[in-house]
Design a protein around this ligand. Structure first.
Ligand SMILES: [Zn+2]
Length: 237
């Protein structure tokens, strides 16, 4: 009898096939390791498994690419010539060393000027940049909240900007407080507005319930598209 585990190869991608007590064929891509696995019911033939794998291979490739493209992005060092984003637009970074308080600003010719003291470490450069993004966010958020409060009939008591790793925003319903991810400053402004509306909708409906999505449809009919572009799925839980 054949072992329960074997490998097939589609377009040069090795796929581990495991036969177990499952009802349907299922394929999983482990993005962090690039490992691909198919779980198959015991009765399904090798030929059917192969055909299933073939039918999914474009999807598999897309997922594997996502991994490599995000992995291959080197961590920024905040050195001269690097590209950094503000509100979805790329800017070349110009680093100028001088003995004065650090400062970041747009220089009017599509560049970001970063003034730092000579020999400033990368962590400190990152922090200087982060504070600049925070200031940019703080310029935009009040107008958005003011715009949406009367439309939605809610009041935001407090808001803030935070460095978040896995989320675009959070809402503390009881405190009437929303937090927004600092990374939104790098993306198109439509995303900031979308997340502000999302978090403010929680003031009306705490859970991601049908009612929640109904309210979102009412406030921002195009939000599903925006969410997709943002790579969201967080909201679909
Ligand atoms: Zn939410």
């Amino acid at each position: 009898m054949r072992s329960k585990k074997h490998h097939i190869d589609i377009d040069g991608i090795p796929i581990e096939v495991t036969r177990k007590r499952v009802k349907h064929l299922r394929i999983v891509v482990y993005r962090s390791s690039g490992f691909v696995r198919i779980s198959s019911p015991k009765r399904v033939s090798d030929r059917e498994i192969y055909r299933f794998a073939e039918s999914k291979i474009d999807w598999v490739k897309k997922h594997l690419q996502k991994k490599s493209s995000s992995d291959s992005l080197p961590a920024p060092k905040f050195t001269d010539g690097e590209t950094h984003y503000l509100w979805g637009e790329p800017y070349r970074l110009r680093v100028k060393e001088e003995n004065a308080a650090p400062q970041v600003c747009l220089n009017g010719s599509g560049e970001i000027n970063m003034f730092i003291r000579p020999k400033t470490a990368v962590e400190k450069r990152e922090k200087v940049m982060r504070e600049w993004y925070r200031a940019k966010m703080k310029q935009e958020i009040p107008a958005l909240i003011e715009k949406w409060e009367p439309v939605m009939g809610v009041t935001v008591k407090e808001w803030g900007v935070k460095k978040m790793k896995t989320r675009w925003g959070t809402c503390n319903v009881r405190a009437g407080r929303i937090w927004l991810s600092l990374h939104l400053a790098k993306r198109d402004p439509e995303f900031l507005e979308y997340i502000v509306v999302h978090e403010m909708t929680h003031l009306l409906e705490r859970l991601h319930s049908r009612r929640f999505y109904g309210l979102m449809d009412q406030f921002l009919p195009g939000w599903r598209e925006t969410d997709k572009k943002l790579g969201g799925k967080h909201w679909k839980k």
